[in-house]
Design a protein around this ligand. Structure first.
Ligand code: GDP
Ligand code: MG
Length: 407
């Protein structure tokens, strides 16, 4: 690989948090205070991704429709995010969805920055938030941990510069590189069918440059780029590294998380997409992707995997702690249990998505069940859910799997 063309690319940042803690407000405030003043007034509609400039450096922000969507994209192979911002309202503190977000963010392996929002409120309590987060292994830097907490207000704009400077610092550590001369590769963050325009995909360029006229294949869809608009809605001829905008010209609507790749000819693009569509149909028919605890046990016995990722859901906090504690203790020298997420409550779609995003991950329920629709979706997605009503049965199953004795 010739690396001589590699350049530093801007970081891509995803904002997640409990509902109403201010994700959208924060994104809007950052955008309106950081785009060139002439254009600021023109921004009316909320879009799913945009790029700003801070201290002469670019940062791209993505607003996911939720943390489940974030992990769903990762499950599809679209690791667009470099840095995760977890928003916590300074008056509310950690809420159930904040806990889910922490698990999703940790599973992604991205560096995390905590933005403590609504600091303008009289009831704001930074120390409370820090304490609650520290309890969840998110210890603030000033408490001896490694997570930056930045107090912000999406209403007054306070702390936003601080937040952006912190993002740039993290980005520097990550040394994000890409090759503008490479074949274009872009991730779809959102896509829809628009009247009179056809399939419209909002993308973030991950490598190369996306240009008008490019032949592209995007999962099972393909086409030729016939129009591009940038994040301000203006028609442009190209999108550069980490830049975002919408693309017209695909034959069908791709899924969020699909990767768009440039091809040498339109025939090549069509052939690849067609083959993939056939393959996807065949796979759909066979549905053999499901990994059971028995199969994981077999893989462990063969030494092919070193850890068993699990998600634990229980009816009450007491049993959650007991199960989590026991599972983390049963490890021999080579293999161990990795608790991807542990929470109280029924098995939800968010759990499924998180499981799909971590290879071989199994959901263990104690005295809780998936609802009908979640059960069906698990089947379709190939995610194993094992439910138990006796703690020892659950622990014994996992023990057996770890020692490779189930197969
Ligand atoms: P989201 O659900 O996380 O996207 O939250 P929104 O951005 O929709 O905000 C939820 C509510 O909190 C709205 O009523 C906002 O006006 C309010 N809000 C958001 N940020 C702030 C802030 O910094 N200070 C105060 N006082 N209110 C805020
Ligand atoms: Mg919102």
């Amino acid at each position: 690989v010739d690396i001589s063309h590699f350049v530093t690319r801007p970081p891509v940042v995803t904002i997640m948090g409990h509902v109403d803690h201010g994700k959208t407000s924060l994104l809007d405030k950052i955008r309106s205070s950081k785009v060139a003043s002439g254009e600021a007034g023109g921004i009316t509609q909320h879009i799913s991704a945009y790029t700003i400039e801070q201290s002469g450096q670019k940062i791209t922000f993505v607003d996911t429709p939720g943390h489940a969507a974030f992990s769903a994209m990762r499950a599809r192979g679209a690791d667009v995010t470099d840095i995760v911002i977890i928003v916590v309202a300074a008056d509310d503190g950690v809420m159930p969805q904040t806990e889910e977000v922490i698990s999703h963010a940790k599973a992604s392996g991205c560096p995390i920055i905590v933005a403590v929002n609504k600091m303008d409120k009289e009831t704001a309590n930074m120390d409370m938030v820090k304490a609650q987060m520290a309890e969840r292994e998110m210890t603030p830097v000033d408490w001896g941990g490694d997570v930056e907490f930045i107090g912000v207000s999406a209403h007054t704009g306070m702390g936003i510069d601080d937040l952006l400077e912190n993002i740039l610092l993290q980005a520097e550590i990550l040394e994000l590189k890409a090759d503008p001369k490479a074949k274009v590769k872009a991730a779809v963050v959102e896509a829809s069918l628009e009247k009179g325009r056809g399939p419209v995909a909002t993308v973030i360029v991950q490598n190369g440059i996306l240009r008008l006229g490019d032949n592209i294949v995007c999962d099972t869809t393909y086409g030729r780029v016939k129009a591009i608009t940038n994040d301000l809605g203006k028609p442009v001829k190209e999108l550069g590294l980490s830049e975002t905008g919408t693309v017209l010209g695909l034959n069908e609507v791709p899924a969020a998380g699909a990767i768009m790749v440039g091809q040498d000819s339109d025939k090549e693009a069509r052939d690849i997409a067609t083959k993939r569509a056939e393959h996807a149909r065949a796979k759909e028919l066979s549905k053999s992707t499901k990994v059971s605890l028995e199969e994981m046990s077999g893989l462990i016995a063969e030494g092919k995997i070193k850890q068993l990722p699990v998600i634990i859901k229980t009816d009450v906090a007491g049993s959650l702690e007991a199960i989590k504690g026991s599972l983390e203790k049963i490890q021999n020298d080579e293999v161990k249990v990795k608790v991807v997420h542990a929470g109280v409550g029924g098995i939800t779609e968010s759990d499924l998505v998180l499981a799909s995003a971590s290879e071989g991950c199994i959901i263990l329920g104690f005295n809780v069940r998936p609802t009908g629709s979640v059960k069906n979706k698990a089947k379709a997605d190939g995610v194993t859910i094992n439910t138990y009503s006796i703690i020892y049965d659950l622990i014994d199953d996992v023990k057996d799997a770890l020692s490779g004795m189930m197969s």
